[in-house]
Every structure is written in structure tokens, then in C-alpha cells.
Design a protein around this ligand. Sequence first.
Ligand code: 5BU
Length: 479
Amino acid sequence: MENEIEKIVLKLNEIDAVKLGEFKLKSGIISPIYIDLRVTVSEPKLLSLIGDFMYKRVYNDSNSGNKPKLLCGVPYTALPIATAMSVQNDIPMVIRRKEAKAYGTKQLIEGRFKEGDNVLVIEDLVTSGASVLETVRDLKSVGLTVTDVVVLLDRQQGAKQELEKNGLRLHSVFTMEQLIDTLIKAGKLVGPQLELVQKFLDANRQVVVPVQPTTPQPVKSHLSFQERSQLANCNKMAQKLFRLMSEKKSNLAVAADLTTKAEVLKLADAIGSEIVVLKTHVDIISDYDEDFVKQLKALSEKHKFLIFEDRKFADIGNTVKYQYQSGVYKISEWSDMVTVHAVAGPGIIDSFKDSVLQKECGLLMLAQMSSKGSLCVGEYTQQVVEMAKQNQDCVMGFICQERLSNMPEHFVLMTPGVQLNNTADTLGQQYNTPDYIVQEKSTDVIIVGRGIYQSQDPKSEAHKYRTIAWDSYEKRLSK
Ligand code: 5BU
């Protein structure tokens, strides 16, 4: 075996998988040695040898469990190793998705398996064991069991103990010490570089990296708007909207994307009694003036709806402050809620703080968009949700396409891209029906634009949408 280890180590060195320099590890620690096993995909013979050694390592160990039903590589570097092992030993694999897909079947674990199947987890190398634990956690969440983990290289920085604490046996083909010894013997690691590597290893014997939370999955809300208004006492505007929805028995918002004052006001007056929110894009109104805002405000009081300027702020905090409070539109003076992108970082929320809290306005963070190919998905969406949670006094909710398990119920979820008939427009907009959004995707407010204002009779069309969306909400509650 020793000769074989030597053979692999020297081959890894030859293909530049063992690098010396300064490298930032997942734990944030700077390491003078970095093992990049990704390049093994370009070396099929080596890959096959690695797979073979790793498999034999588990089944030569006296403390090994029963032969596994399944193999699972920790994404991504270990996937080809797991594949090689699977093919060599005729053991099926499952694949753990790093992020559950935004669309499609949304399976966290792909492949066929039965509850209770034992999975051998395969990883290229371990430092603290955090990545392995994330994979084990997801495998367990679908009913699979894991007792053994095999790695090519144990960096000897706490993983063995960490995995043991979680009831897992760690098997490694070689340790960092063995790798370094081999390199020294072969004259590949000398002088100051050797000293640096040894010092680093001594200083970092125990690295603890927190395991990432489970990827949030779509979930349903079965709480009423009335109940949620009580949960929302951290945010005045969210509370106001939940109450208004309960009182008015409506969860319809209309996007009044018309380009003259008269058209917007006429629509607002016609449909005002059906809606809880009127959404505007004031910068598309050609004859905009302050009088428009006064009249819109009067209609909002007459019909009891809230005004939502869908401005989609996205700049640095200082610029956004001016865009919100000054200029032609002075949005802060009349809008009850505005949309904010998270792309610029949390400073953008701070720029609203004073004005928003003083005037009781709510921020809606753009967590997902309805348009095709939107980049607001996956990890980005998660970060938006986390940012909102840190700022519950200002952020009233999300613009999103579905409720995710990490979205607390005190946030209002509003969804655009809703129509009864169409499935798309020619500029990337994608539509879902109101009942699908409210019942299946479990969001709260549907936002409808052209489906209503372009119809022959906007008032009766708004009534139709309102009825369907409210019925869907009631059905959701009763399930
Ligand atoms: P439509 O006519 O129903 O397609 O209008 C949808 C409105 O919602 C329109 O004002 C858009 O600017 C807005 N919108 C959207 O369609 N999709 C999104 O992801 C976001 C806003 Br955010």
C-alpha cells in the first residue's frame, strides 16, 4: 500500500494537484499548501486508481460497516471519483444537489433510493469535515443512513474527530503527514517551503467550520392574514397590509402601467374597491406632476388601498437616499411601499431607515423575479432573505415567485407575472395563474397588470381576479 500511496502522491504532484503558495481555505484560514484534486478529471487512469484505492480502504478497514447500498460524492470534486467507484464496483450512486434547482423537480437528492439505504459518502479531501457534514445532513433529511465516509486525503485538521462526534467513521487513503513525507523523500518539498508547511500544520490541528443551514425548500403557509398581522408587529406596513387584506377580503394588487395621469387615475377609481395595493411606475407617466400624487392619494383613501411605487432601487445607499426622497418624484412623500434590490449590499436598506420608519413605509426586497433567465435565484435569493431578516423593521416582505422555508410568516409575499390566460409575453415576462401562485406557491398577494388594465372591462376583470385569488387563499388555509 505504501508504494501505491507514493505512486498516487507523486502523480498528483506531477499533474500540479499539489500546489505550494498562499491559499484561502473554506474555513478562511490561509494555507501554504493546497491540494486541488479537480485536475484529476483530466487523468482517467489516475481517477480510476484513486477510486479503487478509496474503495479498498473502506473494505480493508477492520471497523468498516456493511457494504453500502449507494455511493454519494460530495459535490463537486468527488463526483467523478464516486462515479469511477460506482462503475468499478457496480454500486449505484445518488447525487446531492448543492442548491435545490429554482425550477423543475427540485429534488435535493437525485437518483433512486429507498428509505433506510446506507450510503458511503465519498470526498476528495477533508479539512474540518464541514462539507461532508452538509452532504450527510441532506442525505439523512430524505431518510438515507450514513455510517462511513471515505476520503483520499485527510488534512488532519479536526475532521476525524468532528465526524466521529456525528457518528461517522472517517477512512482516508493517506494523511497530510504521509503526503508531505512522500514529497520530502522524493525531494519535492525543501527549505523554507517545508518549514512553512510544517508550521501551518502544527498551528491548525483543529478547525471548526459551521455547517451551512439546509437549502430552503418551498413550503406552504396555513396561517390567516389576520394571524400574520399579529406576527408582523415588527413592521407597521406589513401589519397594515395584512389587516387590510383581512378586512377587504382581497389579496389583489394591480400594476397600473399606463403612461398618462388620466389613465392611471381612471383605472385606480374603477378598480379601487377590488384591490389592496395599486402598483405604479411613475417614471413612465409622461405628464406626471404633484397634482397626480394628490389625486392618487385621495383615491387610495376613498377606496382603501395602499400605493406601491415599484422603483427597484439598486444603487449605493447615498444615491438611493436622494432617489427616494428628492428629484421630480419625491417618492418617500407618497408611496406606502417600494421595491429594493439587494445587489448593492445591506447599505441600501440603511439609506431608507430614517425616512421609512418615520413615514411608515415598507420595503419589499426583490428575492425572485418573474422574467425568464432572471439571476435572482438560488444562493442570491437566500442572501436576500437573510438581509431582510436582519432589517425586519424596514423590510415588510418580498417580491418572489414562491414561499421558501426560510421566509418567516411576518413577511408579506407579493408575486408579479400573474395572468389567467397568457403564459409569456415577447420580452421575457412569464405568467402563472392566480390559483397556482396562491395555493401551490403559497405567496400572499398577486400582482396583475396587463391581465386587468388591457381588458375590455377592467373593473369586472379585477373582480374576477380578486375572487379567484381570495378563494385560493381560503382553500390554502383549509388544507
Ligand atoms: P404584467 O402586465 O402583469 O406583466 O405586469 C407586471 C408588473 O409587475 C410590471 O409592472 C412589472 O414591472 C412588475 N414586475 C414583474 O412583472 N416581474 C418582476 O419580477 C417584478 C416586477 Br420584481
